[in-house]
Design a protein around this ligand. Structure first.
Ligand SMILES: Nc1ncnc2c1ncn2[C@@H]1O[C@H](COP(=O)(O)OS(=O)(=O)O)[C@@H](OP(=O)(O)O)[C@H]1O
Ligand SMILES: Nc1ncnc2c1ncn2[C@@H]1O[C@H](COP(=O)(O)OP(=O)(O)O)[C@@H](O)[C@H]1O
Length: 637
């Protein structure tokens, strides 16, 4: 089903209530979350249908009523998306991602189950990652006649990437191979070899016929050679507890609760370890220490809270802790870093470009982040490592990440809660990637800021001016250089200290290694923005004249500066006019197909939405426009 944003509030609230009541009804039973990987051809729908039908515990009346309700409210396909509610993926929903994952509930006397059904078609990766992110087990379906397919390898790779520890290899359609033991044995052996390569430790292979019900709920008389459990037996008994490394207390702070002057509590769910009154804790990333004073819950205070419990902690000392911080065991704190090696599973329609700023959300914290390097791309079908300059939709890359500020984290292998992150596009606020942290890169910790005696203010004073970064953006031939040159002449005449950074010139030196692909333009602008920041720090008025076609990088440049230092000047010239001027004959060449990726022709230009100045080069002369810019710089415009 499609999880579209337009689901009405009321339907969402009803669904939350229904899910809560479902979980409550079966509260005493252990919950197993699993995903099914495979295609309709492999018999996936039949397998799920049979499990749901034969256990005779399909969605109860209440949930059926809810579905009717959601139909009335016009949710896609008339189905409710329990997925996002149950799995705490509300964040993704808020971020506007569309996910094709259907979640179903059923239960037996032993256990309750939530199954995420991910489509097997080509747009698989992000759907599967979404379904798999909270799963304890994956059923990988294989058609007995076909054996392992590329798709089996792809699904298994993602299963391993997301740290699912249990795989059931369901060798289906055994009836079509005469229930032949040797066929099953060969496929199981092939798969064990693949699982070993991927580091999947627990594989249970079961020969099945989902259509006939063989080895589904009951043992099949047609395969007497098989001595293992039926599918349902296995699902009911597999040890699915999150036996991850015990890291000690970890509680990401969801919110700070301060009803009055006398009470200051930190609310959250323990994702590891235990909290006891009197235990020493450390707040991260700040590193401040205190002791637990009280463990408050709706049902009164506790002496001890354990992993999975939602509580509010109060501390003995007034230390500064905010939403997104992590409270950890004093003797075994979480790691803190701002540079990481991580797997990134790209879900954006626009490619991931190294250097471009995104938001990174980890636990309850959101910080600015960028990919500094794509070490390699992983071919999800073969697990081969390939060189890559960017990542396209559904691609997985192993990347170095840089964060604007340090965060508390754990390796994903040790903690899903503190090792998983999403990347959010800063322009659209949509989720564009899911990722798993591998380890911290220590380099950052060894580079310190050098304290300098003479600062920007002192340099500006001695130059007798207010430093500025005046950023001209516009199409090739729009008039950026012409106007910037006139502006510099006027400023120089007034005795001011200036410098022009022009695309054509900088590309001959500092940036001579860069071309005009999207990723090279991002890097081009990133370097120029950093250089202009240094020049502003030196007290200069810098005139930057680059096409700078992307909003994201102009925004990044803007954020490097303080207050009104950054002045964005949109040199607004229609494409037809710039092309008509064709000062360098480049448009003619581009139209003739001799220059690929030419801005405005076959490479995009994203016009500024709210620049400080917009110059209409059709209506005004270069001199008049330069005058307007000078006035603005001098604070008189
Ligand atoms: N494919 C393609 N697209 C756009 N421009 C091209 C291209 N190839 C060469 N040129 C010449 O390079 C100048 C633009 O460089 P910039 O560094 O300003 O470009 S960008 O900001 O990285 O997009 C630009 O200079 P201006 O005309 O002064 O803008 C062109 O002369
Ligand atoms: N109002 C105007 N402002 C700036 N340039 C103009 C204007 N009217 C005509 N032009 C001409 O347009 C061309 C702009 O080229 P240039 O300044 O090199 O653009 P860019 O640096 O944006 O590529 C110049 O030949 C300039 O004389």
């Amino acid at each position: 089903m499609n999880a579209e944003l337009q689901t009405p509030e009321t339907a969402v609230q009803d669904a939350v209530a229904a899910v809560a009541s479902y979980l409550e009804q079966h509260e005493h039973k252990q919950l197993l979350r699993f995903i099914t990987c495979g295609s309709v051809d492999d018999g996936k729908s039949t397998l799920i249908g049979r499990l749901l039908h034969d256990t005779k515990l399909l969605l109860d009346d209440q949930l059926a009523a809810l579905e009717a309700d959601s139909r009335r409210h016009g949710t896609q396909n008339g189905q409710i998306d329990f997925a996002l509610l149950v799995d705490g993926l509300q964040a993704e929903r808020e971020q506007g991602i569309t996910i094709d994952v259907a979640y179903r509930f059923f239960s037996t006397d032993q256990r309750k189950f939530i199954v995420a059904d991910c489509p097997g078609h080509e747009q698989y990766t992000r759907n599967m990652a979404t379904g798999a992110s909270t799963a304890d087990l994956a059923i990988v379906l294989v058609d007995a006649r076909k054996g392992l397919l590329t798709q089996t390898r792809r699904h298994s790779y993602i299963v391993s990437l997301l740290g699912i520890r249990h795989v059931v290899l369901a060798v289906n359609k055994m009836d079509l191979v005469d229930h032949d033991e040797s066929v099953f044995a060969r496929i199981a052996e092939d798969y064990r070899a693949l699982a070993a390569q991927l580091g999947i430790a627990n594989v249970t292979a079961i020969p099945l016929s989902a259509l006939n019900g063989d080895n589904m709920l009951e043992r099949s008389a047609r395969m007497p050679w098989y001595a293992g459990p039926t599918l349902l037996e296995h699902l009911e008994t597999v040890d699915a507890s999150h036996a991850r490394k015990d890291l000690g207390l970890r509680m990401p702070v969801q919110w700070v609760c301060r009803p009055d002057q006398n009470f200051r509590g930190f609310a959250g769910t323990l994702v590891s370890g235990a909290a006891r009154v009197g235990d020493e804790i450390v707040a991260l990333p700040s590193g401040r220490r205190s002791k637990i004073a009280r463990i408050v819950t709706g049902d009164g205070d506790l002496e001890v809270a354990i992993v999975g419990q939602a509580v509010t902690l109060t501390l003995e000392d007034e230390i500064d802790i905010s939403r997104g911080d992590v409270i950890a065991a004093g003797g075994a704190p979480a790691q803190v870093a701002d540079q990481f090696a991580a797997h990134v599973l790209w879900m954006g329609e626009q490619a991931l470009l190294p250097g471009r700023p995104y938001w990174l959300k980890i636990g309850a914290r959101t910080v600015g982040a960028s990919v500094t390097e794509i070490k390699h791309r992983v071919d999800v079908n073969t697990q081969d490592h390939l060189a890559a300059k960017h990542l396209e939709l559904n691609e997985v890359g192993y990347c170095n990440l840089h964060l604007d500020q340090p965060v508390a984290f754990e390796a994903y292998a040790d903690s899903r809660e503190l090792g998983a992150f999403i990347l959010i596009d800063r322009q659209t606020n949509g989720t564009v990637a899911a990722g798993t942290l591998d380890f911290a890169l220590r380099r950052a910790a060894n580079i310190h800021w050098q304290h300098l005696e003479v600062d920007k203010a002192a340099r500006a004073r001695s130059l007798g001016q207010s430093p500025r970064c005046v950023w001209f953006t516009g199409l090739s031939g729009s008039g950026k250089s012409t106007v910037a040159n006139l502006v510099e002449k006027r400023l120089a005449a007034l005795g001011l200290h200036t410098y022009i950074l022009d695309g054509d010139n900088v590309r001959h030196g500092l940036n001579k290694d860069l071309g005009f692909s999207e990723e090279d333009r991002v890097e081009n602008i990133r370097r120029v923005a950093e250089v202009s920041k240094l020049m502003v720090d030196a007290g200069l008025i810098v005139l930057v004249s680059f096409i700078s076609p992307f909003r994201a990088e102009r925004q990044m440049a803007r954020e490097l500066f303080e207050g009104d230092e950054f002045v964005e000047v949109f040199v607004d010239t229609p494409l037809a006019v710039a092309e008509g001027r064709d000062v360098k004959g480049l448009y003619a060449k581009a139209r003739a197909g001799k220059i690929p990726n030419f801005t405005g022709i076959d490479s995009p230009y994203e016009a500024p939405e709210s620049p400080e100045l917009r110059l209409d080069t059709v209506a005004h002369s270069p001199e008049a426009l330069a005058e307007a810019v000078v006035q603005r710089i001098l604070g008189q415009g």
